[in-house]
Design a protein around this ligand. Structure first.
Ligand code: PLP
Length: 394
């Protein structure tokens, strides 16, 4: 009998991957499945980015790079942040990571241990809680409420801080709700944090390009008072349709940077070299593909929200960011959102995710990712409507 460490009894999952596997298996067996489950753009990486990676390979970028990432890429990240947010970031504090998730992993590993408390949004990206529990720390959910337009509440967040709180995770624009937290709420949070200097902050801003209806995103980098305890998570996966490349970045406070660098040396050495060159091309090249993708998501968002609100028993707050809708299904008579999600996949051929996969406060909701064509979305909505009507009649 092999004995593994208890930490692995406490590691969770991202159910979107399980739903993707089931949807793929059903499709392989001949079923017509529309996938609104997985959180990745259904677009190709823009061609000039692919070309940059191919060129790097041809030019011989085959070896290790510095663990922190190649300097031109770290400088490109700093320039991008200056250009988009007018914030100065020292390239020496930019760490190139193998995807956005690895920043989460590093930040939570740095602060999580038995006795520590880490606050995270619920509903929220499932890996936050999973990783917190893996480290033995106590995962403290901060409820994210539909009544607040799925923005986080500074007051509710601050009220949960105790002397044991080490790390606070926030995410806007948010997965799974599409909520965008308004600048004044972020101001209030930062002001309140002055009373809790022991609390570090992980701000997951991976959806910061996906904003609609004039919503604005205030990066946490814009607050000089917390820069010495702020970890910023961002990356290329969503913005440049590069989920499979595994490329992300983070900005760290100076005292933590060397610890993360050492984690990289121990765990992954560096991000693969050609991908880093692709990352430069993405940031420095034309941005029209990003604008076109966001415009298409906006059109789909309107379609999805309108169609969802026309379904009996369903109501959907209009998301202002990311590419998710988070409809409330409590009026349908279904008391388990996961059971409804599973029935929709098996019986109606529509893959989506039950809200509880994002935390206990997700019960009563479904998450739809609108990473599918408008035609597919329209068909999916018809199927969901017909399914609900069939079940209501039964
Ligand atoms: N953060 C949030 C909120 C996400 O939704 C995701 C991916 O779905 C990530 C981070 C991870 O991104 P990556 O694929 O770059 O690891």
């Amino acid at each position: 009998m092999l004995t593994t460490v208890a930490a692995f009894d406490r590691i969770g999952e991202e159910n979107a991957f399980a739903v993707l596997a089931r949807a793929t298996a059903l499709a392989a067996s001949g079923r017509d499945i529309i996938n609104l489950g997985i959180g990745q753009p259904d677009f190709r990486t823009p061609e000039h980015i692919v070309d940059a990676a191919v060129k790097a390979l041809r030019d011989g970028a085959h070896g290790y790079t510095p663990s922190t990432g190649i300097l031109p890429l770290r400088e490109a990240v700093a320039r991008d942040l200056l250009h988009r947010y007018q914030v100065e970031v020292d390239p020496d504090l930019v760490m190139i990571m193998p995807g956005g998730k690895m920043t989460m992993y590093a930040a939570i590993r740095l602060f999580g241990e038995p006795g520590a408390e880490i606050l995270y949004p619920d509903p929220g990206f499932p890996i936050y809680r999973s990783m917190i529990e893996h480290t033995g720390a106590t995962a403290v959910p901060v409820p994210i409420r539909e009544a607040d337009g799925f923005a986080f509440s500074a007051a509710e967040t601050l009220a949960r801080i105790t002397p044991r709180t080490r790390l606070l995770i926030i995410n806007s624009p948010a997965n799974p709700t599409g909520g965008v937290t308004p600048p004044q709420e972020i101001d209030a949070l930062v002001a309140g944090l002055a009373a809790h200097p022991q609390v570090a902050l992980l701000s997951d801003e991976i959806y910061d390009h996906f904003l609609f209806d004039g919503a604005t995103h205030r990066t946490l980098l814009a607050y000089p008072d917390i820069r010495d305890r702020l970890i910023l998570l961002n990356g290329w996966s969503k913005t440049y349709a590069m989920t499979g490349w595994r490329l992300g970045y983070s900005v760290w406070p100076r005292p933590l940077f060397d610890q993360v660098r050492k984690l990289a040396v121990n765990a992954w050495s560096c991000v693969n070299a050609p991908t880093q060159y692709a990352g430069i091309a993405a940031l420095e090249g034309p941005q029209d593909a990003v604008a076109a993708m966001v415009a298409e998501f906006d059109a789909r968002r309107r379609l999805v929200v309108e169609a969802l609100n026309a379904l009996p028993g369903v109501s959907c707050t209009t998301p202002k960011g990311a590419f998710y809708a988070f409809p409330n299904i409590t009026g349908t008579g279904w008391t388990s959102a996961k059971a409804l999600a599973s029935a929709l996949l098996e019986e109606a051929g529509v893959a989506l995710i039950g809200g509880p996969d994002f935390g206990v406060h997700g019960e009563g909701y479904l998450r739809l990712s609108y990473a599918a064509s408008r035609d597919s979305i329209a068909t999916a909505m018809e199927r969901i409507g017909a399914f609900l009507a069939r079940r209501a009649a039964a």
